[in-house]
Write a protein that binds this ligand. Structure first.
Ligand SMILES: Nc1ncnc2c1ncn2[C@@H]1O[C@H](COP(=O)(O)OP(=O)(O)OP(=O)(O)O)[C@@H](O)[C@H]1O
Ligand SMILES: [Mg+2]
Length: 342
């Protein structure tokens, strides 16, 4: 057993479903002669998470993220290989280990729909046997951080999606788990709710040392919370490393946006040619606003050049969005292979 809180070794998951032909005939035929269909959702995963990490798990639809989360928390067993949590086979966790774990699944509720969230929390307190003082203290703090004080006594089914998700998150943290998995907790939520949840997670990770694994299709979620990033593609890990490493290793581009002084548009003529010296190009060109794409390492010199040849009224520099980097990882398998951890 290693010191890792969580580890997967060649973890594979194959779902076996049977194909059914359409119509009654197909149904009858299916009763006697079944055609089995195998889906390899996890194609041999090796991962290790240490205590205190905040890991972002991303990948396109069907990449295997939810399957990986379910295997790691013991909701489903792996088909071969190992998935271990707290040094024990995740599918055979004992109660004392389950107490150290929290799970939030964006797609399904863990709380009681007909009860106000507060009553659900009280039930969870009893189930997990959380000391009263500890419980009260945590609840007060989480309710404040997530700004749901007004909604505690309302039946869960009458809450908005965002309010409900915040309650789900509180429910997952109330027993003070060491590890919490969150599978798309921000799906469908507005910007403010997403930001509030991000802040909450960062704080819990930082202040209480909770180990967090977050999946999201919202790259801002990932960028604002996680330090480590695991990218799945077709059931395999194609990148595992620090987010900054991904940014550094894939030479990022900068987008320089320029607003010109009115009446000086003509000075932009011949600009495209002059940008070649910086490996830059004009990606957008309106009479008074220009956008120049340039490798990050050349941005400084390129900006100096632009300021010397143009009458610039305003200027902004943006990093390449994480989405673009991920697209590059997918598009360049060799790059991904070089980046993946051994
Ligand atoms: N219970 C199941 N039975 C059969 N196939 C399944 C089952 N659960 C998942 N799969 C298949 O396994 C693959 C991975 O699915 P999974 O839900 O893990 O993807 P995901 O990365 O979470 O996708 P999304 O971003 O859409 O949530 C898919 O091809 C899916 O169809
Ligand atoms: Mg999923």
């Amino acid at each position: 057993m290693s010191g890792a809180l969580l580890s997967c070794r060649s973890a594979r998951k194959v779902f076996r479903t049977h194909e059914r032909e359409p119509g009654l005939r197909g149904f009858l035929r299916g009763l006697f002669k079944r055609k089995w269909l195998e889906v390899e959702a996890l194609a041999g995963i090796d991962l290790e998470f240490a205590a205190g990490e905040f890991v972002g798990l991303i990948g396109s639809n069907g990449a295997g993220k939810t399957t990986l989360v379910k295997s790691m928390v013991g909701i489903i067993p792996v088909s071969s290989g190992r998935a271990e949590l707290f040094g024990r086979d995740a599918f055979h966790l004992r109660d004392e280990e389950k107490r150290r774990l929290g799970v939030v699944m964006g797609q399904r509720s863990q709380l009681w729909w007909d009860l106000p969230a507060l009553d659900s929390f009280e039930l969870l307190r009893a189930i997990y046997d959380v000391p009263r003082a500890e419980f009260d203290q945590r609840l007060a703090r989480y309710v404040e951080l997530l700004d749901v004080a007004d909604q505690l006594k309302i039946q869960l089914r009458h809450l908005s999606l965002g309010q409900r998700m915040k309650m789900e998150i509180i429910g997952a943290f109330l027993h003070g788990p060491e590890v919490v998995f969150l599978d798309e907790p921000t799906i469908g939520l507005d910007l403010i709710a997403r930001e509030t949840i991000r802040k909450f997670l960062v704080e819990l990770n930082r202040e209480e040392g909770a180990t967090l694994v977050l999946t999201s299709h919202d790259m801002e979620d990932i960028e604002h919370t996680c330090r480590r990033l695991v990218i799945l593609d077709q059931g395999a890990v194609v990148f595992d490393g620090e987010l900054v490493e991904l940014r550094q290793r894939i030479v990022g581009e900068r987008a320089i946006e320029l607003h010109l002084e009115p009446g000086t548009e003509d000075r932009a003529e011949g600009l495209a040619e002059s940008l070649q010296a910086f490996e830059g190009r004009l990606s957008r060109e309106n009479p008074l606003t220009l956008t120049v794409q340039v490798p990050a390492s050349r941005a400084h010199d390129c900006i100096a050049h632009l300021l010397s040849v143009l009458a610039v009224r305003d200027l902004s520099v943006e990093r390449q969005p994480l989405e673009d980097l991920i697209r590059q990882v997918y598009a360049t398998p060799s790059l991904a292979a070089g980046l993946a951890r051994p």
